[in-house]
Design a protein around this ligand. Structure first.
Ligand code: CU
Length: 120
C-alpha cells in the first residue's frame, strides 16, 4: 500500500477542502480516512474531502486522513520523489513533491491498541 501524508495550511478566511489529488505515478488517487469497523481500523474514502479550516491546518498522517495512491505505474522505492497535484474546493491547486519512505509501522494501525500512540 502506498499513502501520502502531509500538513495542509489554510491561511485564508474561508474553510476549504482538499477534494482530489493526482500524480503521474498513480492511476488512481483517493482521499481516505480511518474508521472503526468491527473493532478494527479500516480505510474508507472520505466523503467531501479533507476539510482545512480557515486560518488553521489539516494533518494527513498515519492512522488518520491520507492520500492513497493506487494503480502505481512504476515501483516506488525509498529516496524516490513523487510529484503530486492537490486540488481544493475553491478551485485552487497546489503542486508538491513528496519523498518516498519505507513505512514499517503499517500493521499496528490496523490493530486495536490500548496504548496511546505518540507523535514526534
Ligand atoms: Cu488509504
Amino acid at each position: 500500500m502506498t499513502a501520502a501524508f502531509m500538513s495542509l495550511t489554510n491561511p485564508g478566511k474561508t474553510d476549504i477542502s482538499l477534494t482530489s489529488a493526482t500524480s503521474p505515478v498513480a492511476g488512481i488517487m483517493q482521499l481516505h480516512e480511518m474508521a472503526m469497523k468491527d473493532g478494527k481500523m479500516v480505510m474508507q474514502e472520505k466523503a467531501g474531502g479533507v476539510k482545512v479550516p480557515a486560518g488553521s491546518h489539516a494533518h494527513l498522517a498515519p492512522s488518520r486522513d491520507h492520500v492513497m495512491l493506487m494503480g502505481l505505474k512504476q515501483a516506488l522505492k525509498p529516496g524516490d520523489e513523487v510529484p503530486i497535484t492537490l486540488r481544493f474546493s475553491d478551485g485552487s491547486s497546489h503542486d508538491l513533491t513528496v519523498p518516498v519512505k519505507a513505512f514499517t509501522e503499517e500493521e499496528e494501525h490496523y490493530q486495536p491498541s490500548a496504548t496511546p500512540s505518540t507523535t514526534p
